[in-house]
Design a protein around this ligand. Structure first.
Ligand SMILES: C[S@@+](CC[C@H](N)C(=O)[O-])C[C@H]1O[C@@H](n2cnc3c(N)ncnc32)[C@H](O)[C@@H]1O
Length: 427
């Protein structure tokens, strides 16, 4: 679409879904940092202090192809990705699309991704069902035996929004911190409502069916569902935020809600893991070990290296007590986890022991397992054993979700190992 097109009568008559909106306050308001989101039961949740003025957001239609530098600092953009026409329906576009709230430079990054938007990579068949699960609401269960590394689900999220956002709130002098936090949640909901209204009715229906563990902390209904079901997307970093701010405030990280994958319950020994694939703009869910028919599929909502009591603390916003095997036997599993994850790998034998111990702890979906496989592969190269090195490269390459898989793909046969820098160095 050409610049200026949006002002033409033709454009107004035929508003297409690739017409983006930007949101911003009517006059400059000093942006405020998140005070920190509360959860659980918050007193006076959802009430607005007397005299509080709701921020009126101004939405403007813009040229969807406008470069990021034309936007004012602090502008966020409502955009549909991949872009579809107004009459798009899930039946016509089974790959689906996502309603996004993006920083303009992140939208530019998505559009510049080689291959974007590629069609979804579909698993050979549907291997799961949604069923009630005692004490956990609903969950996903396998309908077939699933093998380790198999792709189980591939889906585009319904929504994608920043995990951290500048939210303009006109604070009154007498407001307490609690009230300020409540007003941020209130204003956030107003912005999310615009996004929700852009969803296709079928997607809206799927969204409102999802769990909400934030019903008594002042989160609006849309924010509550996002806080309960959002999966983190870290690959949309544009270098705008320093690393420290990314870690501390989750700046530059996005959170996405899915119709299917958001139905997965948590386990500290999960049997699946997921990865966001930018070219297809989709989440891919993989089995991290063999899964029996009718077993519940689980992911981890949190980091798994910490002791059970810290993990439970991190799970508090989700409002449940974890009863996975590791949490039921913390005195054993805390030691088991800490020792296998920190075990040094001076030789191939120790590497193989470490891999077996990580499997025993149920942590084979994690980074430490991939990193150990890589070290074992490199130790095999050092020992001049191209055959074994390629076997471990193959295992690594099959772990599509891991950061190391891409590089390993080049070394999955013994001849290719001869082109590995470490092999060249030793010969
Ligand atoms: C992302 S949703 C998962 C799907 C949800 N069970 C449903 O019915 O749609 C997260 C919510 O599921 C429940 N949940 C997830 N894992 C659980 C677990 N291990 N034990 C108990 N409840 C769990 C909690 O209520 C949590 O807030």
């Amino acid at each position: 679409m050409k610049k200026g097109f949006l002002n033409s009568g033709k454009a107004k008559a035929k508003l297409s879904k690739d017409t983006d909106l930007i949101a911003g306050p009517p006059k400059p308001v000093r942006p405020t940092e998140h005070i920190g989101l509360r959860y659980g039961v918050v007193e006076n949740a959802g009430t607005r202090p007397e005299g509080y003025e709701t921020q009126k957001l101004v939405h403007r239609e813009i040229d969807p192809l406008a470069p990021p530098e034309v936007f004012e600092e602090g502008t966020t953009m409502y955009t549909t990705q991949p872009s579809v026409t107004m009459d798009a329906s899930p039946a016509k576009f089974p790959d689906g699309w996502t309603e996004c709230l993006l920083d303009p430079d992140v939208k530019a990054l998505i559009l510049a991704t080689p291959g974007f938007p590629s069609p979804l990579i579909r698993p050979s068949s549907c291997k799961y069902r949604l069923s009630p699960t005692p004490g956990k609401g609903h969950g996903l269960f396998s309908t077939y035996r699933i093998r380790a590394n198999d792709l189980i689900i591939c889906e585009r999220p319904l929504t994608l929004v920043p995990a951290w956002m500048r939210i303009s709130v006109r604070f009154l002098r007498e407001m307490t911190d609690q009230e300020k936090a409540q007003m941020q949640l209130y204003e956030w909901e107003q912005q999310l409502k615009v996004l929700f209204d852009r969803l296709h009715p079928d997607y809206q229906a799927a969204f409102v069916k999802l769990a909400n563990s934030h019903q008594r902390d002042g989160s609006g209904p849309i924010a509550g569902i996002m806080r309960t079901n959002g999966l983190g997307v870290k690959c949309l970093q544009t270098g705008r935020y320093p690393e420290e701010e990314q870690r501390k405030y989750r700046k530059g990280i996005y959170t996405a809600v899915c119709k299917e994958i958001s139905r997965l319950n948590h386990s500290c020994c999960p049997n699946t893991t997921w990865h966001f694939d930018l070219p297809t703009f989709s989440f891919q869910l993989f089995a991290t070990r063999d899964i029996a028919k009718d077993e519940e599929l689980t992911i981890s909502y949190i980091g798994l290296g910490e002791p059970a009591k810290d993990r439970q603390l991190a799970l508090e916003p989700y409002g449940f007590q974890c009863t996975c095997p590791a949490c039921l036997a913390p005195s054993f599993s805390d030691v088991q986890r800490a020792s296998c994850l920190s075990m040094p790998v001076p030789n191939i034998g120790d590497g193989l022991i470490k891999l077996a111990l990580i499997e025993e702890a149920g942590l084979q979906g994690g980074n430490t397992y991939s990193k150990t496989l890589k070290i074992v592969m490199e130790l095999c190269i050092g020992a001049g054993d191209a055959e074994s090195a390629s076997t471990y490269a193959k295992k690594l390459a099959n772990r599509v979700w891991s950061a190391e898989a891409n590089e390993a793909r080049a070394y999955t046969n013994p001849t290719a190992i001869h082109s590995h820098p470490l092999w060249i160095e030793r010969t």
